[in-house]
Design a protein around this ligand. Structure first.
Ligand code: 5GP
Length: 210
């Protein structure tokens, strides 16, 4: 059976990237989708590891070719999920995490109604502001843009299946890992293997017939 599709969205500064990285370290059955983006790499970001960095023209050609499962413009840059890459990982049995914005999350849910939506909330507006102030934004204008976007983004949390509050990283990681694990144990996903096990309960020879 193909793996689950897990959408993780959050406002910028909620700690989504760190949280997802922690879960990936813990669970080898989960793989990240590596998105394409037209934005410039930040210091320390590697081509093909954090993102596939492409020009805006290359990105637009990929849209025209139908390469994206979803794509969106976020904070002035284009971001998209490779349809083929996600299909390959899921077909190989991996659960795939899409760490994407709320617009991409809505597109993905329309296409894959059984995708699992997880929204990461910061403990409060003040905490989000402090986090963005100290490390999340590139400039004063960027900070304002991210804060303004956060108002609309956080309101979208009502459309997700699960909410993880990222106050303490270990607790938030436990919660996200638990959601992924529980979804893997759903009867619907386990029915084939459960049926095989139930076959072994069929008239065991050592029990006398009633
Ligand atoms: P950043 O530039 O800080 O890495 O990402 C900015 C925003 O774009 C984040 O909310 C991130 O989740 C989102 N993002 C990253 N990749 C994708 C993608 O493939 N599709 C969409 N829709 N959003 C993405």
């Amino acid at each position: 059976m193909s793996g689950n599709l897990i959408i993780v969205s959050a406002p910028s500064g909620a700690g989504k990237t760190t949280l997802v990285a922690e879960v990936l370290c813990r669970d080898a059955q989960v793989k990240p989708s590596i998105s394409f983006t037209s934005r410039q790499p930040r210091p320390g970001e590697e081509q093909g590891v954090h993102y596939h960095f492409v020009s805006r023209a290359e990105f637009q050609a990929m849209i025209a070719d139908g390469d994206f499962l979803e794509w969106a413009e976020v904070h002035g840059n284009l971001y998209g999920t490779s349809r083929r890459y996600v299909e390959q990982l899921r077909a190989a049995g991996f659960d795939v995490i899409l760490a994407i914005d709320v617009q991409g999350a809505a597109q993905t849910r329309r296409l894959f109604p059984d995708a699992i939506g997880v929204f990461i909330l910061p403990p409060s507006w003040q905490v989000l502001r402090e986090r963005l102030d100290t490390r999340g934004a590139n400039s004063a204008a960027d900070l304002q843009l991210r804060l303004r976007n956060a108002l609309d983004e956080t309101a979208q949390c009502r459309n997700f299946d699960y909410v993880v509050i990222n106050d303490e990283l270990t607790t938030a990681t436990d919660e996200l890992a638990a959601i992924i694990l529980a979804e893997r144990c759903r009867l619907q996903r386990r029915s084939a293997v459960a049926e095989q096990i139930l076959q072994t309960f069929n008239k065991p020879a050592e029990l006398p017939t009633r």
